[in-house]
Design a protein around this ligand. Structure first.
Ligand SMILES: [Zn+2]
Length: 92
C-alpha cells in the first residue's frame, strides 16, 4: 500500500519537473524570441502610426449641385420641381 503512495508522489514530482523543463524550453526558444520581437515591432508601429484624419464633412455645395441637376439629362432644375422640365424625369 505504501508503495502506491510513493509511486504517486514520484509520478507527481516527475511530471512537475517535466512540466517545468518544457515550460522553460518554450520560454527560451527561438520562436518565443521571434514572437516577442514581432509583438514589439507591432506595438512600435501602432504607436508611430498617425491617427487617420476624420472623414471630411460632405460638401454642402456638392449636395446642392447634385440636387439642382437632373440626373437624367443634366438640365439645371430647381430643388422644388417634382419633375425635370426638360426630360420629365421624376426628381422625388
Ligand atoms: Zn432631365
Amino acid at each position: 500500500m505504501i508503495v502506491v503512495v510513493f509511486w504517486f508522489i514520484g509520478m507527481f514530482i516527475f511530471f512537475f519537473i517535466l512540466y517545468n523543463v518544457i515550460q522553460h524550453a518554450l520560454n527560451t526558444s527561438e520562436m518565443a524570441k521571434d514572437l516577442s520581437e514581432i509583438k514589439q515591432l507591432l506595438r512600435e508601429q501602432a504607436a508611430s502610426r498617425p491617427t487617420p484624419p476624420p472623414p471630411a464633412p460632405r460638401d454642402f455645395e456638392d449636395i446642392r449641385e447634385a440636387y439642382d441637376r437632373c440626373p437624367g439629362c443634366g438640365h439645371a432644375v430647381q430643388a422644388h420641381h417634382p419633375v425635370c422640365p426638360e426630360c420629365g424625369l421624376s426628381l422625388t
